[in-house]
Design a protein around this ligand. Structure first.
Ligand code: AMP
Ligand code: GLY
Length: 573
């Protein structure tokens, strides 16, 4: 149980916003302190059922010398506390300007009278000077010149009521749930487990290779998962793979007021319906290959004749296997017939025929928080195996360098993507994964995903040196503008160990021995393994991946592993 004291001298609208925000939490105890027995905040406390105490100004120091709290939140408290008092507890304060501008009283009026173009709010640790303690968080607000002072005040208060509780939540430590069971979720869980912001990490559907990183949650359905998350005071759920998103996990969690990284079911169609994605790209003038939608077998010959070099794509999700590429038109025709006959069930009853594009592929990951789009350094996923078959990804590197001209084209694309998300009013925070191809003339979108990639995540999350929980959390509370990315000084590589035959039929349940990471030099992330009887057994096509900034170390680890089905790609770029 955490004990939080909120201090307010007057109206107490921030007090009320905080109490309401935390009303489902069973691990926080709030109390109000006021120095004004006539303050309106007392009425609010009574209505909300919060204990309050009136302490006269001269007795405040004595009160804090005797009472300890996990956090003291000043919310419109008009007395400066001396050094001795401040040192008794951790005090935070909120101020309606972008400090150090306009310390003290009337900060909003000053910004207004001075015709400032922007102002904002600052949350900071309090010290014995007015509005001078270390800054924790700031949020800017653009001032519309037509606003009245009253309107500006209202907008500032809106920001305060939204961000103050959420930043308090972060300061108290976060309970986080990671959903999914691949190597991508392994690296996400690993990075979160190292965060200084973490309280407790929970895992749902994890595999045996990383279950020790957190507490496992077993669930029967999404509502059950949401109820369990609520009971455990989980603030944030990071969802790794697309099936959960397409099936509406975010919609359920959000109903229970649990924050998520992942789009709602409606916008998850950006990945789960290629047709939906194509239509949006057309609407926003985003370059993508010409296509034709086909549902009827009678139209196969006619439609294929429209394309120079056709490929086919199932409209719906197909576990990364929905694209068929071939130079031989007869095998395309044959495959198209399978697709329309339901090779991927409902997913391929509608299929797209699309012009094949040629060039280098890149993966661009961008975090969208409902307002800001934060782009990460480019990654590359190596999808083709030796037989030139498309797989779910056999290796990745981060970052990728591109030339100046391509970068300019990429910037144009980034602006269009921003416009799309803004104009479509996408409110759910999520990761936009743009699968791009650089052709002779421009940057084209091959496909969209709405989550992090695998195996790109293993490289990207090791390349970026920030606290990853901070990135996820700030994304979930519309505060990405406060994140500055810190990059590693060396490129990171990931190589996936697969079972012989992948992406086609493979053998499962084969023992793997001698999995040894080189201390601090390589990381091993598990995708498909089970632990049984003290042994580690393979359980799928992609088994594990090894990540490092040193390729020879990666190959040393892979060569040392004993696994009769072992295959991996040798990267020569
Ligand atoms: P998936 O992740 O199953 O949607 O597969 C996407 C992959 O299919 C891309 O990364 C490309 O390698 C390939 N692909 C998709 N569309 C095209 C296209 N128009 N031209 C060439 N390759 C494509
Ligand atoms: N790297 C491919 C994917 O995550 O879909």
């Amino acid at each position: 149980m955490k004990n939080i004291l909120i201090m307010s001298s007057k109206n107490g609208s921030n007090f009320e916003a905080i109490i309401k925000y935390f009303k489902n939490r069973n691990d926080i105890n709030f109390k109000l302190l006021t120095d004004n027995k006539d303050a309106y905040v007392i009425k609010r406390a009574k209505k909300l059922g919060i204990d309050y105490i009136c302490v006269l100004k001269d007795e405040i120091k004595d009160f804090f010398l005797k009472n300890k709290f996990d956090l003291v939140v000043m919310a419109g408290f008009f007395k400066i506390l001396d050094k001795e008092t401040i040192e008794t507890n951790t005090f935070i304060n909120i101020h309606p300007s972008l400090l150090p501008k306009y310390k003290g009283l009337n900060a909003i009026e000053y910004a207004y009278i001075n015709n400032d173009l922007k102002t904002g709010i600052t949350i900071h640790y309090a010290n014995e000077f007015v509005d001078e303690g270390e800054i924790i968080f700031q949020k800017e607000l653009e001032i519309n010149p037509n606003w009245s002072l009253r309107k500006l005040e209202k907008e500032i208060h809106k920001l305060e009521h939204y961000y103050y509780p959420r930043i308090i939540e972060k300061l108290l430590g976060l309970n986080v749930l990671v959903v999914g069971g691949g190597a991508r979720e392994h690296v996400i869980a690993q990075k979160i487990s190292k965060s200084k912001l973490l309280n407790t990490l929970y895992l749902a559907d994890c595999n045996d290779g990383f279950s020790s990183l957190g507490n496992k949650i077993e669930y029967t359905d999404y509502i059950n998962l949401a109820l369990q998350a609520q009971k455990r005071n989980i603030s944030l759920v990071v969802i790794g793979s697309e099936e959960y998103l397409a099936n509406g996990l975010v919609d359920v969690l959000n109903k229970y007021k649990i924050k998520t990284i992942g789009p709602d079911k409606n916008f998850a169609r950006l990945e789960s319906s290629k047709l939906f994605a194509k239509k949006l790209m057309e609407k926003y003038n985003i370059k993508t290959a010409p296509y034709k939608k086909i549902t009827s077998k009678n139209k196969i010959d006619k439609y294929l004749s429209y394309f120079k070099s056709p490929i086919i794509k199932a409209d719906g999700l197909a576990k990364g296997k929905g694209v068929y590429l071939s130079d031989d038109i007869n095998s395309i025709k044959k495959e198209l017939l399978y697709y329309l006959n339901g090779k991927f069930d409902k997913s391929s009853k509608t299929t797209l025929i699309e012009e094949r594009l040629f060039g280098d592929e890149i993966s661009l990951f961008s975090f969208w928080d409902g307002e800001n789009l934060l782009h990460f350094p480019l990654c590359r996923d190596f999808k083709q195996n030796e037989k030139n078959e498309n797989t779910g990804g056999l290796a990745s590197i981060c970052p990728i360098e591109i030339d100046f001209e391509t970068n300019k084209k990429l910037d144009i694309y980034k602006n269009k993507l921003f416009e799309l998300l803004k104009k479509e009013k996408i409110k759910t925070p999520f990761v936009v994964y743009s699968g791009l191809i650089i052709t002779k003339d421009d940057v084209y979108v091959l496909e969209y995903n709405v989550r992090l990639g695998d195996p790109e995540s293993q490289s990207l999350l090791n390349y970026i040196q920030n606290d990853w929980l901070e990135i996820f959390y700030m994304c979930s509370i519309r505060a990405l503008s406060s994140i500055k990315l810190i990059e590693n000084n060396k490129q990171i590589t990931t190589i996936v160990m697969t079972s012989r035959g992948y992406p086609n039929e493979i053998k499962k349940g084969v023992e793997i021995k001698n999995i040894n990471s080189l201390n601090n030099k390589t990381e091993i992330y598990f995708s498909n393994i089970i632990k049984f009887d003290g042994k580690i057994l393979s359980d799928g096509g992609r088994v594990l991946s090894v990540t490092s900034d040193n390729r020879s170390d990666i190959y040393r680890v892979l060569n040392d592993i004993e696994f009769s089905e072992k295959e991996f790609k040798i990267l020569d770029v």
